[in-house]
Design a protein around this ligand. Structure first.
Ligand SMILES: Cc1cc2nc3c(=O)[nH]c(=O)nc-3n(C[C@H](O)[C@H](O)[C@H](O)COP(=O)(O)OP(=O)(O)OC[C@H]3O[C@@H](n4cnc5c(N)ncnc54)[C@H](O)[C@@H]3O)c2cc1C
Length: 554
């Protein structure tokens, strides 16, 4: 039973309170140090050997290199938010400036002339799937020490480095009376968030966070440092807004800021018996956003092994200090809430309430639909079936399944186009849409197949249902996509062509396609024997085979 003072952290985390340590998970036999309850196999990679990392150690970036024998390695290797995403790099480079990122890329490309030298790039490490921002045996380029936020009052912009977390960005800007469009969980990283879009409380008013970037400073594969903005390298500017890790490493984001104001909002929880009313209120809310774009709402259906019923959690936010604005009337008229934390507060306070617990194995999956009551009801029915199936399977440890809905009004695409365009290209669609996210959290690597398998099957079933009732939409939000999904394809042919063109122009040897296999790769979209990327055609790429080859050579 929920109590009135329940927050989202408490309500979701209540089911997840017992951490991985309570549930032995790893099947590794040669185990190294324990990290947050998870284990790393470090014993076989404790020396530099003669491969890639040894080469890097002798390069100009060598003084920023750590290996498993360094004390800080374990903490850095464990910076991935989801335990499922934590892999074991052979060495980690921690650059402290844009110039050092350039030195690192140059050294990695040179080293690769002698042996395969694959690397991963990590900013905040919040992608759930292994290999997106992590790597086994290869090199981790960890941008975590590039984490400052500098406010420029004279032109209302802020320069934010990729390893910053959104909570720190707000804490820096707020005392100076400013804010930027960013994440709703304080620990989410700036780097990946802005390259994948970035949904926020401000999205209906200002578009995705990437549409609020004035300039990207980027290190290209040849080590050069360039700007990408509306006037300089404008093709790259557009592609970086949604194109993720395909063209270069962003080492600084110059974003527009705006005057800080307190928000009204918080979390209101309800019993499952109100499900139909919640769905109707949410669809209505999404359709009304054009009349009051200062608003945002997320509706969660959340089920855990600890409480034998699904609960509903609504996150309301209004970006002005106005109590219970009229756009929320339909939601607020639903009787029987179990808790209500709505209040007037600043953004740091609002996002602190939404912090999600780490220390679990997690999967995000996503789809988009027309904003339609029937498909949402079908998704909730699928959620309930999934819940029953998992209860019957009796997984070990604690687990949670969350179905989240977030309106995507046509406004998002209009803001993107007005800001010079992005490759997400939501302006293709004139109707209001609804984003669906399935978020599963569990314990124990031996249960990965169970949860990943059930999650992927649910997505398949729901997609089929949406095709059948004509509510399907091709958009797959990259920042919530599982590795089994194809978000770049979902951007449409015109955007795929733009990303491919930028990749060929700015990275002609395909360094970010082959040496950096993590993330969603444009070379894997419609790839054929005419691939622009020689290493890919030769069989390198995002495949397990490469990991084995790297293991042997790194
Ligand atoms: C708890 C939680 C809350 C979230 N809340 C939100 C939310 O409110 N709104 C929303 O839209 N999304 C949200 N997300 C999703 C989030 O946007 C993505 O996980 C995003 O990738 C996080 O950015 P990161 O820097 O942590 O990414 P990382 O995992 O570090 O990187 C993501 C990808 O981008 C690449 N990359 C990272 N930095 C760079 C760089 N500087 N240059 C080139 N490539 C780079 C990586 O190699 C990787 O492929 C949330 C995720 C979690 C786990």
């Amino acid at each position: 039973m929920f109590v009135k003072s329940l927050t989202i952290a408490a309500s979701i985390a209540s089911a997840l309170a017992i951490k991985e340590a309570a549930c032995p998970s790893s099947t590794n036999t040669e185990l190294g140090e324990a990290v947050s309850g998870e284990t790393f196999q470090t014993s076989t990679i404790s020396t530099l050997g003669s491969g890639c990392c040894a080469y890097l150690a002798k390069s100009p970036i060598g003084n920023r290199l750590i290996t498993p024998s360094d004390g800080s390695y374990t903490d850095r290797a464990a910076m991935q938010w989801s335990l499922a995403a934590r892999l074991t790099p052979r060495c980690i480079i921690l650059p402290q400036s844009a110039n050092e990122v350039s030195q690192a890329i140059t050294a990695l490309v040179e080293a690769n002339e002698h042996q395969t030298c694959q690397f991963a790039v990590r900013s905040g490490g919040h992608t759930c799937w292994p290999g997106a921002a992590s790597i086994d045996y290869g090199v981790m380029l960890d941008l975590g020490y590039l984490n400052s936020t500098t406010y420029h009052k004279e032109n209302s912009t802020a320069s934010i480095l990729p390893g910053a977390r959104w909570g720190d960005v707000y804490d820096t800007l707020l005392p100076q009376g400013a804010l930027a469009v960013g994440g709703r969980d304080p620990t989410v990283g700036v780097g990946g968030f802005l390259l994948g879009g970035g949904n926020s409380f401000y999205a209906a008013a200002k578009g995705y966070a990437c549409d609020n970037v004035a300039n990207f400073q980027v290190v290209l594969a040849n080590g050069s440092l360039i700007d990408a903005n509306a006037h300089t390298n404008s093709d790259l500017f557009q592609v970086l807004k949604g194109g993720s890790s395909n063209v270069g490493i962003v080492v600084r984001y110059d974003v527009y800021t705006f005057q800080a104001e307190n928000l009204w909002g918080g979390i209101v929880t309800y019993p499952f018996s109100t499900a139909t009313q919640q769905i109707e209120a949410l669809v209505d809310f999404g359709d009304n956003l054009k009349n009051d774009p200062n608003s945002s709402a997320i509706t969660f259906f959340t089920s855990t092994n600890l409480v034998n019923a699904t609960s509903i959690i609504n996150v309301y936010d209004y970006t002005k200090p106005v109590v219970r604005p009229a756009i929320f009337d339909k939601f607020l008229a639903i009787p029987g809430n179990l808790s209500d934390s709505t209040r007037i507060a600043n953004l740091s306070n609002m996002v602190a309430e939404l912090e999600q617990p780490d220390g679990f194995r997690d999967t995000f999956l996503t789809l988009t639909f027309a904003s339609d009551v029937d498909i949402l009801k079908k998704i909730v029915a699928t959620h309930e079936e999934l819940y029953s199936t998992l209860q019957a399977a009796k997984p070990k440890g604690n687990w949670t399944i969350n179905t989240l809905f977030q309106p995507i009004p046509a406004l998002f695409g209009q803001h993107g186009a007005a800001a010079g365009g992005n490759v997400i290209a939501l302006d293709r669609f004139t109707d209001n849409l609804m984003l669906y996210q399935l978020y599963l959290a569990w314990q124990g690597a031996d249960q990965d197949d169970l949860f990943n398998g059930k999650g992927r099957q649910a997505i398949k079933d729901i997609k089929a249902a949406s095709v059948a009732n004509h509510t399907d939409n091709p958009f797959i939000y990259l920042n919530y996509a599982d590795r089994s999904q194809e978000p770049l394809e979902g951007y449409g042919d015109a955007s795929v062509a733009k990303i491919k063109a930028a990749s060929a122009k700015y990275d002609p040897h395909g360094v970010f396609q082959t040496l950096m296999p993590g993330g969603f790769k444009i070379s894997l979209v419609d790839s054929d024997s005419n691939s622009t990327y020689p290493a890919q055609a030769a069989g390198l790429g995002n495949s397990p085979k490469v990991q084995v080859e790297v293991a042997a050579s790194a």
